[in-house]
Design a protein around this ligand. Sequence first.
Ligand code: 5GP
Ligand code: MN
Ligand code: MN
Length: 326
Amino acid sequence: ADWEAAVSAVQKLAPDASILLACHMNPDGDALGSMLALGLGLRALGFSRVQATFPGPLEVPEPFVTMPGLELLVPAAQAEPAPELMMCFDAASISRLGEVAGQVDTAGVTVVLDHHASYTGFGTVHLVDVTAAATGVVADELLGRLGVELDRAIAECLYVAVATDTVSFKSSMTTPAVHELAARLLATGIDPADIARRVFDTRPYGAVRLYGDVLSRAQLEPAAAGGRGLVWTYATLADLAQHGQKPYVLEPLIDAVRCTAEADVSCVVKQLAEREWAVSMRSKGGSDISAVAVALGGGGHRLAAGFTGRGELREVVDSIVAALGD
Ligand code: 5GP
Ligand code: MN
Ligand code: MN
């Protein structure tokens, strides 16, 4: 990784230089947490013009509304058009930056912090570690090299980033170094039980009822994925409307579906619009689903990936079955 180039890009800026941080659309805990941690760190270093943004409407999903650093957020339309420094977080490709992608071309320097196997190589300075459990791990390393001291606010952002992307320290990416980072974060005084309750364990009653509907229609296809099995389910816009829920509440469903002992690969197919579906995929190790997602126009990691599928539900599922091969 280009650590020295990243550090010097920051160190040669004047205190009032324009800095724009951006993360991927529909941000998750890693995208928001790594971005806000860097934003707070740059502010602590004395930079006065730090903006953070993500494409789409500036709606922070309910689990993250208590995160420190949200005051740095501006709507994408109001973001600095040609920042002196841009930093991108947890976005493997420029398309994940939506309408903020234009700034990547006009920025003085674009530093990319990421950990996706499907990273396309965009940007000028690459801090991309495909062995990192989260972009938050990369952000921690950069903050350390910039001489930023971890305070409680920065630690909470990084903790949310790492805890979400490792599925609460359960993923195969959870190394000793990840636990050492968690220990340093906890030493600042953050409360992991309180964070977990806010981020993972609080959803509206309507969401719980919706989970019942969606899980009750899970389908097992034992012959798929080379006979290792596929389990999948789906949620439509009508399901969300019926229970009065927003799309973010569907995120935890993949963790329930992937429990299925009889299937190596699991999918949740979430309707975005007429004939448009966001697909979350997980594998227990039998399939490289990053490659499957890339083949279907998306990206991700070997064991956790996704894409946007078009067509009828059954066509999208059939495309997954075909891409998994036999
Ligand atoms: P999730 O299922 O949690 O939404 O996403 C799992 C992984 O797949 C994440 O690392 C995410 O970046 C990646 N991913 C999910 N959806 C898409 C997509 O539409 N395009 C790309 N490029 N990656 C995706
Ligand atoms: Mn992400
Ligand atoms: Mn991530």
